[in-house]
Every structure is written in C-alpha cells, then in structure tokens.
Design a protein around this ligand. Structure first.
Ligand SMILES: Cc1cc2nc3c(=O)[nH]c(=O)nc-3n(C[C@H](O)[C@H](O)[C@H](O)COP(=O)(O)O)c2cc1C
Length: 187
C-alpha cells in the first residue's frame, strides 16, 4: 500500500472519531452553543471527560466564568445546526434564537441541555490545562440523560441504533449508526 505524508498540523483528521457535540455554556447572560469535536472520555471513576477549547471562542470565557457545561450529542438530522454553531460566534449571534434548537432545563448545572439531542451530559469544570493553542477542560460528568427511544445498544440496552455526527475535517462529516458487533472474549 503506497503511503503519503501529511503536515503534522493535519494530524487530527486521523484521530477525529467520537461524536461531535453541541456544548452549552452560560455565565450571567443567555446560554451559548458551541460545536466541539475535540471531546473524549478520560476516566471511569470519577466520570471525567475532556474538551479542548480555543481561547478565541466566546464559549471559552463562559466556561471559565460559569464553570459548567452541557455536552449534547446531536443526531445526524442536526448536521446543519452543528455546522452553524461551529461557524458563528455567540458574541454576535444568539444561536438558540437563530436555530430551531430548543433549550431544556438542566437539573444539576445552570446551562440548559438541547431538547432534540440524543443525550445530554451535565458537567462541571474540574481542572483546566493549557495545551498548545487550546485549553483542555477536564469535566466531571454529574448527570446523564438520554432520549428514551435512543437508549440503544450504544447508549443502553435494546432498541435501534441512533446515527451520530462525526467530524472528519473542515466541512466534511460522516454518520455513524452501526451495525453494532461484539468482539473480544469476556473475562
Ligand atoms: C465540526 C466542528 C468542530 C469544532 N470543534 C471545535 C473544538 O473541539 N474546539 C474548539 O475550540 N472549536 C471547535 N470548533 C470551532 C467552534 O465551534 C467555532 O469557532 C464557534 O463558532 C465558536 O463559537 P463561540 O464563539 O460562540 O464560542 C469546531 C467547529 C466545527 C464546525
């Protein structure tokens, strides 16, 4: 197989894989939505996730000030909203007002979730680390709620397979919706 070389700065296109999320942050004003693809689980117990956010984003200041965020997993049908929330800034645009995305009150944190998303993870910022040109926010996941119909083999037992949005690079995305296969011997 012939192999081609890439610039080191394009490395992320080979690692982007988890679902792209719509993260909602809030300080004193209205909530703001940002699209994030640099998101990963990093600990079972305590349950911790990591997001990487550029200091240029309006959401960065809201995260630092508010210390809380919801990570919302959108279905494939919300692809245009995902692209929109990743293109415009909350400094200029109220993204809830400009899209059909509906806020739904959270239970343990101030920023709302997004009603049309498959799952909402309510999180508190536990730690921040400067990493290159971004800030890594380590998040404690304090509550998880998922759409009942989407509670499937991926998010829970039974049901169908929800199709999530996966960012490849630039303006390119792919759906991931199965089939689900079991592998590896149980211990
Ligand atoms: C698919 C996609 C994924 C993105 N992932 C990230 C990310 O992980 N971290 C980040 O800082 N910005 C990311 N962005 C860019 C922000 O979403 C974008 O700059 C957004 O407009 C910032 O909004 P805000 O200024 O309201 O916070 C992504 C954009 C897109 C389209």
């Amino acid at each position: 197989m012939a192999r081609v070389e890439f610039e080191p700065t394009s490395f992320h296109r080979f690692l982007n894989c988890g679902p792209t999320v719509l993260a909602v942050t809030q300080d004193d004003g209205p909530p703001n939505i940002i699209t994030l693809s640099w998101v990963t689980p990093v600990s079972h117990e305590p349950p911790l996730a990591l997001i990487s956010v550029s200091p240029h984003r309006y959401s960065h200041g809201l995260l630092e000030a508010g210390g809380e965020v919801t990570l919302n997993v959108p279905p494939w049908e919300l692809l245009e909203e995902v692209a929109f929330c990743g293109r415009v800034s909350g400094r200029e645009v109220d993204k809830f007002a400009e899209t059909a995305l509906r806020p739904v009150p959270s239970v343990l944190v101030t920023p709302p979730g997004i009603e049309q998303c498959l799952a909402t993870l309510e999180c508190r910022v536990e730690e921040t680390v400067g990493v290159g040109d971004h800030t890594a926010f380590v998040l404690r996941v304090v509550r998880v709620v998922a759409d009942e119909e989407a509670a499937t083999e991926r998010f829970g037992p039974g049901g169908g397979i929800p199709t999530t949005i996966h960012h490849l690079r630039g303006r390119y995305f792919a759906p991931l919706g199965g089939p689900v296969k079991e592998a590896g011997k149980a211990e």
